[in-house]
Design a protein around this ligand. Structure first.
Ligand SMILES: [Zn+2]
Ligand SMILES: [Zn+2]
Length: 332
């Protein structure tokens, strides 16, 4: 991946090399005749070149390689969308870094400290200032650890802010007891101080951000981010690719997905799972919910339905969510 910084480094190196060649050419006539001084001049040049390359290699930003989770990146309409997720098995919780010309905007952080460190390395590797953090909704695995980004303005909808004020500390304590203090070492609940409303729009660093919630009856009060000029969308709680998050009601969800697939999204990023092109996102999620609907109809109980979903999607992560969510389909 060639970042603006690495391009600048290459240009800098190229300029320095040309200057050295110029110096070399200018110096040559002054060298006395004979082999040894010329050899010495070549050696000195090679040594200087080596030193410069070493210094640039040490000081320039390195391309990001995740230690634990998964990393995807796509450029569209002059904006780069970096997606870091926790490992697929643990639900592939996504953090999205939106890279505009001069700055970075982050949506959602990582609950696990090692994965948070990965996310911070990704931000550092891009080498632009982080300007804002948006929290998509109230679920703690998307906001725990905000204290790792001191001084960065945090935005969320009013429901998320109220929930975090009232229940944040208890939620954080629950995460700690569930995953251990090493994975969740955070002590503070950083309540977002800025409200973002569904239906609002803002231009940040020349890029149009549309904050929407197109199906709150299915998703709850979550914030989707749409980038109409880049044809990219970040969605939550509707349907995911690569992970099991079976959510009722199936028919209404299928109707909404069929309606949303009409737009020509270049990339759709789920709050969990694998980001893919719009057509692939909608065909895969429509297939998933069609199969889920049939499995629920054919299975007498949640345990049978779980086996059938694993058989249909052997590579999907978040199997634990089948245990948590499938019983809900049998409680009517
Ligand atoms: Zn989530
Ligand atoms: Zn959630």
């Amino acid at each position: 991946m060639l970042t603006t910084n690495s391009v600048a480094s290459v240009l800098r190196t190229d300029r320095m090399l040309r200057q050295i060649v110029d110096i070399q050419i200018k110096c040559e006539p002054k060298e006395p005749k004979g082999g040894l001084p010329m050899n010495r001049s070549v050696s000195v040049t090679i040594l200087i070149l080596g030193l410069i390359i070493f210094v640039i290699a040490c000081s320039s930003t390195q391309p990001f390689a995740p230690k634990q989770g998964l990393y995807y990146v796509k450029e569209s309409g002059g904006v780069k969308f970096h997606v870091y997720t926790s490992p697929i098995q643990s639900g592939a919780s996504a953090s999205v870094v939106i890279e505009t010309q001069n700055s970075l905007i982050l949506q959602d952080v990582q609950q696990d400290k090692s994965q948070m460190d990965d996310l911070k390395s990704l931000i550092q590797s891009i080498g632009k200032p982080l300007r804002r953090i948006y929290i998509s909704h109230e679920h703690s695995h998307h906001w725990a650890g905000l204290e790792m980004f001191p001084g960065i303005p945090v935005y969320a909808n009013q429901t998320t802010i109220d929930f975090m004020k009232q229940n944040g500390q208890e939620e954080l304590n629950t995460l700690k007891s569930q995953y251990g203090a090493e994975a969740v070492p955070y002590t503070q609940v950083v309540v977002p101080e800025n409200v973002v409303e569904a239906g609002s729009e803002e231009v940040i660093d020349g890029v149009r951000f549309v904050f929407s919630s197109p199906a709150p009856q299915l998703t709850g009060p979550v914030i989707f981010m749409e980038f109409p000029d880049q044809k990219v969308m970040i969605m939550h709680h509707l349907a995911y690719v690569g992970v099991h998050v079976p959510l009722p009601p199936v028919e209404e969800r299928l109707a909404k997905l069929n309606e949303m697939k009409e737009k020509d999204w270049v990339w759709v990023i789920g709050g969990h799972g694998i980001p893919v092109s719009g057509p692939e996102y909608f065909s895969k999620t429509i297939d998933y919910y069609t199969i889920l609907g049939n499995v629920i109809k054919e299975s007498p109980d949640a345990a049978t339905a779980k086996d059938k979903m694993i058989e249909a999607y052997p590579n999907y992560g978040g199997v634990v969510l089948l245990d948590l969510l499938l019983p809900g389909f049998y409680q009517q």
